[in-house]
Design a protein around this ligand. Structure first.
Ligand code: SAM
Length: 222
């Protein structure tokens, strides 16, 4: 999507994707990541997710990237955190304790920005991109994250002809197709969420599943 689209969504507070609690799937499947206190977690397209705080209590460092300054400002103010803010070349860096949020375009990140990121948490990030941008997103992540060990990936699947994204439907076979070259993929869960998703049901979506995957970088685990 164009940046303008997301800036508008944040401006109008049309952020139905935002959860007011920590994502229950993160809590449920956290152990699959086998995180240690020495790990650094990268959270692409982090919005103002409370998951950043939950993660920061469990690992050495959390690094998020988010386009919208409204989202980043809200994240820190909603959680009563006073970050140190530094204007960089491509990003405004917000830092509080072991949480860093880089405000700017994901595609401008360099390896130095995400150095030591050993784990990735992708919730509603891959599915935020239209199909024609997915590969660029996946390849950029793979290029950036030379130290990656494991990734928790959460996607949704629904009949794409019933609604325009985002969120876009990313079914299991698409995950396999996009990611199996560089990653071992294990599907940890698939939940039927249509009855719990009135905002999509009201738009005429007849079926919806939420999938949770554990990815392991092949280059590291072989
Ligand atoms: C569907 S939301 C998901 C947010 C978060 N992962 C969550 O679970 O609440 C996608 C987010 O990606 C951000 N975004 C979209 N394109 C981006 C880009 N190129 N770089 C950084 N952030 C981007 C949007 O502003 C939006 O907050």
């Amino acid at each position: 999507m164009e940046h303008k689209f997301w800036h508008e969504r944040w401006k109008k507070s049309e952020i139905g994707f935002h959860l007011h609690e920590v994502n229950p799937l993160l809590i449920q499947y956290w152990s699959a990541l086998q995180a240690t206190v020495d790990d650094t977690v990268f959270v692409p397209l982090c919005g103002k997710s409370k998951d950043l705080i939950w993660l920061a209590e469990r690992v050495k460092q959390v690094i998020g990237v988010e386009l919208s300054q409204t989202a980043v400002d809200d994240f820190f103010s909603d959680n009563n955190l006073k970050p140190i803010i530094t204007q960089g070349e491509s990003f405004i860096e917000y830092r509080y304790a072991n949480i860093t949020v880089l405000c700017g375009d994901f595609f401008q990140l360099t390896q130095a920005d995400v150095i030591n990121c050993s784990l990735v948490y992708d919730r509603a990030s891959l599915i935020a991109f239209p199909p024609e941008m997915r590969l660029a997103y996946i390849e950029k992540l793979d290029d950036l994250l030379t130290e990656e060990k494991r990734r928790l990936l959460i996607t949704i699947e629904y009949p794409q002809n019933e609604m325009n994204g985002p969120p876009f439907s990313v079914p299991v076979d698409a995950v396999e197709r996009l990611l199996s070259k560089q990653h071992r993929i294990e599907r940890l869960d698939s939940k039927d969420i249509i009855d719990a998703s009135p905002r999509f049901k009201n738009k005429g979506v007849s079926a919806m599943f939420e999938h949770v995957f554990l990815l392991q970088r092949k280059t590291i685990c072989q």
